[in-house]
Design a protein around this ligand. Sequence first.
Ligand SMILES: [Zn+2]
Ligand SMILES: [Zn+2]
Ligand SMILES: [Zn+2]
Length: 261
Amino acid sequence: MKKKAEFERNEDSENDSEEQYKKTGDLNVKHFSRYGEFLVSFELSKHGWNVYSPMYDEYIDIIAHKYACAKCGKNWAITPSLVCSNCHKDFSKTQKSNIIPIKICNKCKTKYKGNVIKCKKCNNSGSENFINIPTCDKCHGEVKLVNFVCSCGSKEYKTKFRTIQVKSSRIEYKNEKSKNTFAIDHKPRDIISCEHHYFIWCLIDDLDKPHFLIMSVNDFVKTMGGSMKGISFLKDQDRQHFSSKDFGKWKGFANRFDLLE
Ligand SMILES: [Zn+2]
Ligand SMILES: [Zn+2]
Ligand SMILES: [Zn+2]
């Protein structure tokens, strides 16, 4: 509910921007669940994951994938760099236009700068008769495609895949009064027994700020304890209500994106 002062301010203002401001509470249930999946996706991207959306909803909302160093686990750059083989100047990002193309006649070995298809010295012609060498503008060394090497020295990487089910919750209210709780409902069919499957809970507080709880299926089962055998869980009627302040027994999973690694 809006305070009286706020209404008055809106009446005064010309463009009513405050009146138009909406919160996640205004999203319907379906859109809110999609909203949570997007927030989780962006958050995963920050942690170096490439995120994919399955064609059909089969208890997996997101597939996440990344390359990591096989030795130290650091994020791996899969695309090769354009580097001068002599002075190691990196042309990959913004410097590409500074690479100087050199053509060498394969008969008399005369060097030309730029696009040449006929040798002025020996009349050799045709692009196939010239060797093309991209060179460094600083030292004239050859610019080559170089595969990534980790700062730990490793040349080996591994590919990781994770499947993720996202559950989202807003603060629970009763008679317009905040209960200061979130509610998440997992069903027995969600308990996919794959070590690469995870749950991510996206919890939106009253300031519209998201909080993420990350857990493996095993973590979930362990934390649930005896409730896993509870009738309400087995009958799809279980809802986990927990404090929106400290996340109750789930607090250990807050922001634990490292668990996905
Ligand atoms: Zn490494
Ligand atoms: Zn160079
Ligand atoms: Zn020539």
